[in-house]
Design a protein around this ligand. Structure first.
Ligand SMILES: *[C@@H]1O[C@H](CO)[C@@H](O)[C@H](O)[C@H]1NC(C)=O
Ligand SMILES: *[C@@H]1O[C@H](CO)[C@@H](O)[C@H](O)[C@H]1NC(C)=O
Ligand SMILES: *[C@@H]1O[C@H](CO)[C@@H](O)[C@H](O)[C@H]1NC(C)=O
Ligand SMILES: *[C@@H]1O[C@H](CO)[C@@H](O)[C@H](O)[C@H]1NC(C)=O
Ligand SMILES: *[C@@H]1O[C@H](CO)[C@@H](O)[C@H](O)[C@H]1NC(C)=O
Ligand SMILES: *[C@@H]1O[C@H](CO)[C@@H](O)[C@H](O)[C@H]1NC(C)=O
Ligand SMILES: *[C@@H]1O[C@H](CO)[C@@H](O)[C@H](O)[C@H]1NC(C)=O
Ligand SMILES: *[C@@H]1O[C@H](CO)[C@@H](O)[C@H](O)[C@H]1NC(C)=O
Ligand SMILES: *[C@@H]1O[C@H](CO)[C@@H](O)[C@H](O)[C@H]1NC(C)=O
Length: 439
């Protein structure tokens, strides 16, 4: 699999976009492909908690998922899709014989159109798929999507109308899937499919034609907002921008349609880790890119950077935290720095913030977000809290991945037109109130 990064996307993070849509102006609700980018769509995000009983092949869980609810087809059918900034093709489960899972019924939709494998959509716009699209026995365009946790999804490319609260996006290309293997039945029972939001030509945001989208995840309850369109509100400015990195030649470990940024350094408090810049740059195989992926829960760093951060964090917290000395305990296979905190303690001691320094922008992780209390893990009277930065090497991940846990209370703007990501510290629940979303 040349593209481990895409795989992450399916894990973790889904926001429930409720069906209501709020417009930031009193413009009409009509959005069509001919009048794209000038309008703004704002949607409330709500997370849905999944039970942790899922049998993940890779040892990380995705308790919190972002989902989008919308209507598809003619007449419309309601669907709930996992919002995934790390993958391209949106898909719906179309196997109507599946039990305990919401499905889309293609033959109940008069606007449903399967895509033949001779079409240019099939031959050229699938170029970034990790497994090339093929022809099935009916000469329809067949796609296989596979993910790192060994889940996969397989079916035909098709087009239909996607409606978000009365705004119609006709002839939207998606995968109408009829087989596959899932690692999370709990998730399957709540969602109809997945909405791909990466930079590939078939991703949902590319097809909608919006030049920007943003999200903001509240720290308190994992609600948030998702916004399509311009987000240059005066109350939000200034955003600090970091350019998206693109490479001209395809490399085996480099995901060209991911949101890749340039990490330049890591700080603990104000102390910058002594690391050569080169370790943050992709090598000749493409390994070592830094992705902003809302589909991953925590953050992963390649071994050398992780080790330096771990040592410095231990050093600076030596007086207030007790390290769990148990080489057999590695949370989710990648988090081997954990601490013992008396179970009755409700407030962690003051901790040094960790800053991820990008070209032009910085993400500062502080307080509670630095540690994650591992559910059910106790040692005597202590609970186990693990550092929320993990070691990519332990999972054979060839990249730095900035997960959604570290994107809370940050306005994250994905500016596709200018090929950059903007960030600004903001209280996402307050931002939501500005749109009338949180009550
Ligand atoms: C969207 O499509 C529905 C029919 O499915 C139609 O009733 C509605 O008027 C359309 N909305 C717009 C804005 O075109
Ligand atoms: C689809 O969702 C809308 C809005 O929530 C609801 O009014 C409608 O009844 C739903 N339709 C079906 C078939 O569930
Ligand atoms: C949809 O198509 C399948 C087979 O292609 C058929 O078995 C089923 O009856 C059809 N359903 C409807 C509602 O037409
Ligand atoms: C649809 O799902 C059922 C049950 O999981 C499975 O037996 C069947 O093979 C699937 N259909 C196709 C076309 O893959
Ligand atoms: C709308 O988006 C489509 C797809 O990206 C693009 O081809 C079209 O030019 C856009 N229209 C406008 C008015 O921006
Ligand atoms: C936001 O962008 C729009 C379109 O580019 C522009 O007309 C408007 O003046 C900008 N507003 C602010 C506050 O910068
Ligand atoms: C932290 O590192 C400094 C040198 O960088 C060293 O002098 C100090 O002893 C270390 N403290 C701990 C608690 O390891
Ligand atoms: C997942 O969520 C459930 C319910 O909110 C919680 O009990 C469980 O501990 C969580 N698991 C992890 C690994 O966060
Ligand atoms: C745990 O706390 C209780 C009550 O404070 C105490 O009696 C007991 O000895 C403690 N156990 C350990 C293993 O420290």
């Amino acid at each position: 699999m040349n593209n481990i990064l895409k795989l992450f996307s399916v894990f973790s993070f889904f926001i429930t976009l409720q069906t209501q849509i709020f417009f930031s102006s009193s413009e009409s609700m009509s959005i069509s492909k001919s009048s794209n980018a000038s309008k703004v769509l704002v949607l409330p995000l709500k997370t849905q908690k999944l039970s942790s009983s899922a049998t993940n092949k890779l040892p990380f869980t995705h308790n919190v998922t972002l989902t989008v609810s919308m209507a598809v087809g003619t007449p419309t059918q309601n669907v709930t899709m996992v919002l995934d900034t790390g993958s391209e093709l949106s898909w719906l489960q179309c196997n109507t014989t599946r039990i305990n899972q919401p499905v889309f019924y293609p033959n109940r939709s008069s606007s449903y159109t399967p895509i033949p494998c001779s079409s240019t959509t099939c031959t050229t716009r699938t170029q970034d798929f990790s497994i090339p699209a093929s022809c099935d026995s009916k000469n329809l365009c067949h796609a296989i999507l596979s993910y790192a946790d060994a889940s996969s999804s397989e079916g035909n490319l098709a087009m239909d109308k996607f409606s978000i609260s009365g705004s119609n996006f006709s002839d939207t290309v998606f995968g109408c899937m009829d087989s596959g293997f899932s690692s999370n039945l709990d998730e399957d029972s709540k969602t109809t499919g997945l909405m791909g939001m990466n930079r590939g030509s078939l991703s949902f945001v590319s097809q909608m034609g919006f030049k920007k989208f943003s999200y903001c995840i509240s720290a308190s309850d994992f609600s948030g907002i998702l916004l399509f369109g311009e987000s240059n509100f005066t109350w939000l400015l200034p955003l600090n921008y970091t350019p998206l990195i693109q490479i001209s030649v395809p490399l085996p470990y480099f995901d060209r349609v991911a949101y890749t940024v340039q990490l330049e350094g890591i700080k603990v408090s104000e102390k910058i880790l002594q690391l050569p810049k080169s370790i943050f740059e992709p090598d000749h195989t493409g390994a070592g890119q830094t992705m902003v992926d809302s589909g991953t829960q925590f953050t992963f760093l390649l071994g050398p950077a992780y080790t330096a951060l771990k040592n410095e964090f231990i050093n600076q917290t030596g007086r207030v935290l007790r390290v769990l000395e148990d080489p057999d305990f590695v949370f989710q296979g990648a988090f081997d720095l954990c601490f013992l905190v008396p179970s009755h303690v409700t407030r962690l001691p003051d901790l040094p913030p960790v800053s991820l320094v990008f070209r032009g922008a910085e993400i500062k992780v502080s307080g509670e977000r630095l540690l994650y209390r591992v559910p059910g893990e106790v040692r005597g009277n202590d609970s186990v809290h693990c550092f929320t930065f993990g070691n990519s090497d332990l999972l054979a991940i060839e990249a730095y991945i900035i997960g959604h846990h570290h994107q809370q209370n940050i306005w994250m703007e994905f500016d596709l037109q200018n090929s950059r990501i903007g960030v600004a510290q903001v209280q996402c629940d307050v931002a939501g109130q500005r749109f009338g979303i949180f009550h």
